[in-house]
Write a protein that binds this ligand. Structure first.
Ligand code: ZN
Length: 459
């Protein structure tokens, strides 16, 4: 036995285990879990361990502009998603590989501090500032993997196929860093990215299409036909009303409708946002067992709209959460925002109720975690189990409301009435990466981040 922890509580798929001792091997994988109080060498942790959250959607570079684009200058132009996108493009055009790595390292350290232990990086910033491929096609993907390794988070790099500027429209100059002109060019990028993820034992690869507007019809069909189900497939879909209108004008079908009719959508697909759906689309996604990735803080920030969660749930649909543009990094807050959007419109409070299971906090953690694991390309679906790495967010058992709660109310106290100040730390592979809100390499990581942001001058 290399190490052991005794937690005041450990959340399992069947509820809380009290005084649970988790024994680990030298790699931080669990070798035994028990509740017998005879482990004098175990480190006692006066906290409640949740499975590390899975962040199923991230664009790391956008962290540099989180909280910007809120100064509305009275230009007479309505500020919306598309004006935000213009600001995002100007940032994307400036960033160097070193700056990207520094920004992503800071971001991933902050994700860990809030309890995410794995991230799916939806990566479309591929080329140099002139739009020319780097000698290493996956230079920037490799920097994201290095950032994940430096911060200590697990990463699924999802290099995106991005080809054109809109439905039937050539790419704009400001999109030049994103582009793979052909399917072959995209596959070469994927091959190089495969090499990049081999450099870190906790990295793996996904694939996908940025959005229906970003790739032509024939090439979307080719990529989806070639897809082997051996990794997760991610795509942005139906986020904005204009996107629905443009898709209807071009294809005569709505985005999700077109995707369902023209590609072999299945349980390996992760549809990011899927905000604007009609009844057939809600049912269609659920029927194919495709998953939806919801990013409530970003979707709220950008004024996207509300996902039809109640209807999707009625058809047993699966969803995960992501932080997308990173205006919010707290998984508990994402779950609350998701719930409150539904409550505000339905005037009901049982968003996460499952037949026979009324514990909202537990149900939300469970769905976000299990579907999030699939978005990473992982297969196991037990929170903590022998053979799996110990990845956990540990909440402080002495936080006032937590200290007074019975186990019955604990998940809901954590999800609905806690924040990052109530955390003891985050464990990845059985090691404390963050304790008391301090990342183990916090000083060095923030220095690199400050330097990059000074150079960029965007804030
Ligand atoms: Zn996104």
């Amino acid at each position: 036995m290399a190490k052991a922890y005794t937690f005041k509580g450990l959340l399992t798929n069947n509820g809380w285990l009290e005084n649970a001792t988790v024994q680990l091997d030298s790699r931080g994988c669990i070798t035994a879990i028990d509740t017998q109080a005879n482990h004098p060498k175990a480190e006692y942790v006066n906290g409640y361990a949740l499975p590390g959250f899975q962040n199923a959607h991230s664009h790391a570079f956008q962290y540099a502009m989180a909280g910007l684009a809120e100064l509305h200058e009275g230009t007479g132009i309505p500020d919306d998603f598309w004006s935000w996108r213009t600001a995002m493009y100007s940032l994307a055009l400036q960033i160097s590989p070193n700056q990207l790595e520094a920004i992503a390292t800071m971001l991933y350290a902050e994700m860990l501090r809030h309890g995410y232990t794995a991230v799916a990086e939806f990566h479309y910033l591929h080329h140099d500032r002139n739009g020319k491929p780097y000698n290493n096609l996956a230079e920037l993907g490799e920097r994201l993997v290095a950032a994940a390794q430096n911060a200590g988070i697990k990463i699924t790099l999802v290099p995106m196929f991005y080809q054109q500027g809109g439905f039937g429209k050539p790419a704009e100059d400001k999109q030049k860093r994103f582009l793979s002109k052909t399917v072959d060019a995209y596959y070469q990028l994927l091959d190089s990215s495969q090499q990049a993820v081999l450099q870190y034992s906790h990295a793996n690869l996904g694939m996908g299409i940025h959005s229906l507007r970003a790739v032509n019809e024939a090439d979307i069909k080719t990529v989806c036909r070639d897809f082997q189900n051996n990794r997760p497939f991610h795509i942005h879909v139906a986020e904005q009303v204009k996107e629905i209108e443009d898709c209807l004008a071009f294809y005569g079908q709505r985005p999700v409708e077109w995707l369902l009719n023209n590609t072999p959508v299945n349980a390996h697909y992760h549809l990011v946002h899927a905000t604007h759906l009609n009844d057939a689309e809600v049912q269609g996604i659920a029927k194919t067992q495709a998953n939806v990735v919801l990013c409530p803080s970003t979707e709220g920030n950008l004024g996207d709209g509300l996902f039809r969660l109640a209807d999707f749930k009625a058809h047993h649909g699966h969803w995960s959460i992501g932080t997308d543009s990173h205006v919010g990094l707290n998984p508990l807050e994402e779950l609350r925002l998701l719930d409150y959007g539904q409550r505000l419109t339905t005037h009901k409070r049982h968003t996460f109720y499952q037949e026979g299971h009324g514990d909202s906090g537990f149900n939300a953690i469970s769905m976000a975690w299990k579907t999030g694991r699939k978005a990473m390309g992982a297969t196991h679906d037990a929170f903590f189990a022998v053979g799996q790495p110990l990845d956990a967010l540990v909440m402080d058992a002495q936080a006032p409301l937590v200290a007074c709660s019975t186990l019955k109310n604990l998940c809901n106290t954590l999800v609905y009435a806690s924040d990052a100040s109530n955390t003891l730390g985050t464990l990845v592979n059985g090691q404390w990466v963050v304790q008391h809100n301090q990342h183990q390499n916090g000083e060095r990581i923030s220095q690199g981040f400050f330097k990059a942001l000074r150079e960029l001058g965007v804030r």
